[in-house]
Design a protein around this ligand. Structure first.
Ligand code: CA
Length: 361
């Protein structure tokens, strides 16, 4: 009774305020400052999975930070043209961007190794390189040159080899073809007589239809079916040797990221890792469904590149990748690390996943 009277007199009525008083802390805790960011993506909302992942990332960050950090997401072209995302974040016009590392290869060819290289690592192996090897460290070193902090946020898995209007029976059949295929792979195919043509995604269908190109690669069943490519090219080739494990990226303006309290930085890092696995899961879940539709409803003729064609493309790719790496000292450093990691882990994949897949019906 006496104690209660004392507390009442002192104006203290709750256990919490007793605790606060006892350590000399203020009774009223100021709510943390709310931080609002803007993000600009390469992807627009029509690009399923890629855009959805970034959208989920922004929602998760808001929820995990209890609204302390909110990121307003703009799709490709809404704030800046899609390829402008990189410069906009580099300059700090917006705080976050997203796309795929090899979209920025115009800045340095080293970006290619963080996207995908012909006959390089698949999604599973490349994740091992980023998280358990030097991948993310080297990637951070490269993006730092542009005042950016990068994270990986997904992978399409092995892409498809592309749509062709005629069959590829030998390397000779590439000669004279006009094909929509980019990056280092385009340089590989140009060595076997292909003329590579840059065609934005929305123009792939009309370009194939009008014969501006004879062949085109885009992504895989999920995105190719949306473009209706099966209507204008008969043969759908596999595998996508040119893009065996293409990585998606997000990047933060370095100052904006460094200005965040550590717990918000951690939320961004963990939210990115979550989207990294979810995006690949979405591709793995949907690609088979859409491939079945292409096969059964649209009667698409899926062809595997002949063994000798693959063997020769692999040999040429090896030389082209070396040539490309030699153009830039940092690219060479990344290439050597990537190549060594791929060689180091290969035995495990060959003796486990590969053997297992070969036994599947
Ligand atoms: Ca592609």
């Amino acid at each position: 009774m006496e104690r209660r009277t004392f507390l009442k007199k002192a104006g203290i009525t709750t256990a919490a305020s007793v605790a606060a008083l006892s350590v000399g802390a203020p009774a009223v805790i100021a709510s943390p400052k709310k931080i609002r960011w803007q993000a600009t993506s390469f992807w627009n909302p029509k690009v399923k999975i890629m855009y959805d992942g970034i959208k989920m990332f922004c929602e998760n960050v808001k929820q995990m930070s209890d609204g302390q950090l909110t990121i307003k997401l703009y799709g490709g072209g809404e704030l800046v043209p899609p390829p402008g995302a990189f410069d906009a974040v580099s300059k700090g016009t917006v705080q976050m961007g997203s796309g795929s590392p090899y979209f920025w290869a115009g800045k340095s060819t080293a970006f290619n190794w963080f996207g995908s290289v012909p006959f390089g690592m698949n999604a599973q192996s490349v994740n091992a390189w980023f998280y358990e090897g030097n991948g993310l460290t080297l990637m951070s070193e490269l993006y730092d040159q542009f005042d950016l902090i990068p994270r990986i946020v997904g992978n399409s898995g092995v892409q498809m080899g592309g749509w062709y209007r005629k069959k590829i029976n030998s390397l000779e059949d590439f000669k004279g073809l006009k094909m929509r295929i980019g990056s280092i792979a385009g340089k590989v195919l140009s060595k076997v007589g292909v003329t590579t043509v840059f065609v934005p995604p929305a123009e792939i269908f009309p370009s194939l239809e009008r014969g501006v190109v004879d062949a085109a690669e885009f992504v895989g069943p999920v995105h190719d079916i949306l473009l209706g490519l099966y209507k204008v090219a008969k043969y759908y080739y596999t595998p996508g040797w040119h893009e065996p494990g293409p990585v998606l990226d997000i990047f933060f303006n370095k100052k904006a990221y460094n200005d965040l309290p550590p717990h918000l930085q951690k939320i961004l890092d963990v939210a990115a890792a979550d989207i990294n696995i979810r995006t690949l899961a979405a591709f793995d879940a949907q690609s088979g469904v859409d491939l079945n539709t292409l096969l059964k409803e649209h009667k698409v003729n899926v062809q595997v590149y002949p063994d000798d064609v693959m063997k020769k493309l692999k040999e040429i790719s090896k030389d082209v990748v070396e040539e490309e790496a030699a153009k830039d000292p940092f690219a060479l450093k990344v290439h050597q690390d990537y190549k060594a990691f791929q060689a180091k882990i290969a035995v495990w994949g060959k003796m486990s996943e590969k053997v297992y897949w070969n036994t599947m019906a």
